[in-house]
Write a protein that binds this ligand. Structure first.
Ligand code: GRF
Length: 221
């Protein structure tokens, strides 16, 4: 981690987005409030129209668009992402609604420093349409999981999980909105644990304060 002004060591974070960027905004807010001791060095979007790019620019954060349509393969796109991050001495990469499947070209160099948030109670419902799938299955709860990213889609070791009761009359949209409130709490918290060196990815999974994290993550209260 690089040295900032004064004596505090601040982690350098990169955030990758594709859309609205409400989770990214939660990181901006957490950095501003001091809840998260980090600097957001760069926000990258694969989508030139991502609303989050403007939100980041409004907060004075450097932004970059790397449009995946300009690249012939996922691997070449991932190599461009790597080059963009290499300029910034990044400690932690945050995928925040980043809607591209990453290959080992990107994942391997950042393994153990790469987090994602997935809007389901993993290992349930990897992939898309998670809230609708929870409703269709008659589940009593939905939720969200922050996890380390490994080459397998949505299945790296879980870090923290928040549960949300499903209410009568819920739609995928109403459930998503309640889950999103929890996303904005647990994602900066997981990043803070990481930057405090409390959270690590080991060969046998995630550890927090040297203890194995449960398979479904630390339950958020
Ligand atoms: C969130 O629901 C997140 O869990 C999922 O994509 C959505 C991104 O929302 N991976 P936002 O762009 O952070 O508002």
């Amino acid at each position: 981690m690089s040295e900032s002004a004064g004596t505090t060591n601040m982690g350098n974070i990169a955030i990758l987005i594709s859309g609205t960027g409400s989770n990214m905004q939660a990181f901006i807010d957490a950095c501003e409030s001091g809840e998260l001791a980090a600097r957001i060095s760069i926000v990258i979007s694969n989508n030139p129209d991502a609303a989050g790019l403007q939100r980041a620019a409004n907060a004075g954060i450097k932004t970059k668009c790397i449009n995946h349509r300009d690249y012939d393969s996922r691997e070449v796109f991932d190599a461009a992402l790597c080059s963009a991050l290499q300029e910034h001495d990044i400690d932690l990469v945050i995928l925040a609604g980043f809607m591209r499947i990453l290959t080992p070209v990107f994942i391997e160099p950042y393994l153990g420093q790469l987090l994602n948030i997935h809007p389901s109670l993993l290992p349930k419902y990897p992939g898309l349409h998670t809230h609708q799938r929870a409703l269709d299955a008659g589940d009593k709860e939905g939720g969200v999981t922050v996890h380390f990213v490994t080459p397998e889609l949505d299945s790296g070791p879980a870090i923290i999980q928040a549960r949300v009761p499903i209410q009568a009359g819920d739609t995928a949209e109403s459930l998503a909105a309640r889950v999103l409130v929890e996303e904005h709490k647990i994602y900066p918290l997981a990043a803070q644990w990481f930057l405090q060196r409390r959270l690590q990815l080991t060969n046998s999974g995630a550890t927090l304060d040297g203890e194995a994290v449960p398979e479904t993550g630390v339950p958020y209260q």
